[in-house]
Design a protein around this ligand. Structure first.
Ligand code: ADP
Ligand code: MG
Length: 317
């Protein structure tokens, strides 16, 4: 008789690749390499599917259709996209508009790909915010349609899409029986289960002022941690650093904070809130996070000071 000893030999298998314009590291625990590869392929196809739905670069995507029809007519979309927009609007309400899925018309003003040579004109900045406003997104639940009321309005999932994709990939793999893994979307980390030796997955929070040094290593089981930082996409004018997270109320990039890490049960919420805290600032941000159950945050300001929500204690030695 043959007894399988497979469960004794479970191992993590990892692949790194570019998806949604970002680096993804996908780790799954499996019995052998071919099983591991199969699972990783599944995760990749799920993330690619979501990218097609929410991409603003692909002018055929449902998201682009919504934008092309701003001020013209409602667009019927998949229920999945409809619900994502619905949740994004809920986060706008939760953050008093610090997070706004209709931020995207401001992207015409601020560019973080090195193409900007001068500070945008005050007038242009003001004009760009006039098109921003989640209250002008009209959802029709019965028909699954989305209508952007104003011409020139645009939605974009830059601050929530990677987290959503990571959640969906994780859910799919769990349904397929994958016992444990990590989906890391450029620092948007989503884990489930434990390492094969029974220990928790460890998540390193990088120190933004010294990227080679993690300043805290924390265990996480079945949850997400997302870090938004000002150290990757930014421009500098007259010695001031302008980051890619923009205050929808002013049109100006958020200042003062260098990085925000948010812990939450889902990466989607963590992703959106990390962006929001940047805009809300340290005090308002921490107060708001303290009011949300099962959500915590760590903020580092531009001088390197560390602030945390009530239930986080870190040893920074
Ligand atoms: P990263 O993509 O670097 O992890 P974030 O998750 O914080 O960073 O998302 C930042 C992106 O979100 C920006 O590049 C932009 O596309 C979009 N964005 C900027 N400001 C806002 C805002 N106030 N609300 C919603 N999305 C925003
Ligand atoms: Mg985010």
């Amino acid at each position: 008789m043959f007894f399988s000893t497979n469960t004794m030999s479970q191992q993590p298998y990892k692949r790194t690749l570019k998806l949604m314009g970002s680096r993804f590291d996908i780790t799954v625990v499996a019995n052998n390499e071919s099983e591991g590869n199969e699972y990783i392929d599944l995760a990749i196809s799920e993330i690619t599917r979501i990218e097609k739905l929410i991409s603003s670069w692909n002018n055929q995507s449902q998201t682009s259709l919504i934008n092309q029809n701003a001020g013209i007519k409602p667009v019927k979309v998949d229920h999945e996209l409809f619900s994502l927009i619905e949740r994004a609007i809920a986060i706008s309400n939760l953050t008093d508009g610090a997070f706004d899925v209709s931020y995207a018309s401001m992207d015409k003003i601020w560019k973080f790909d090195g193409s900007m040579t001068t500070m945008p004109a005050e007038e242009a900045i003001k004009a760009s915010v006039s098109k921003v406003g989640f209250k002008n997104i009209i959802l029709d639940k019965e028909n699954n349609t989305v209508f952007l009321k104003q011409k020139g309005m645009k939605i974009g999932f830059g601050a929530i899409g990677k987290g959503y994709a990571a959640d969906k990939a994780k859910t799919l793999l769990m349904q397929k029986g994958v016992v444990s893994g990590i989906i890391n979307a450029s620092g948007d980390m989503n884990t489930w289960g434990k390492q094969p030796d029974g220990s928790d997955w460890q998540v390193a929070i990088t120190n933004p002022l010294n990227k080679n040094k993690a300043f805290a290593i924390l265990p996480i089981t079945d949850g997400a941690v997302v870090t938004s930082g000002d150290y990757e996409k930014y421009v500098t004018f007259n010695g001031t650093k302008y980051t890619h997270i923009i205050d929808p109320r002013t049109g100006y990039p958020a200042t003062g904070i260098t990085s925000v890490s948010v812990f939450a049960p889902k990466a989607e919420l963590a992703d959106a809130l990390a962006t929001s805290v940047f805009v809300m600032g340290i005090e308002t941000g921490i107060n708001r996070i303290n009011q949300i159950p099962k959500v915590e945050c760590i903020i580092i300001d531009e001088k390197g000071n560390i602030f945390t929500s009530d239930n986080i204690k870190i040893d920074t030695k």
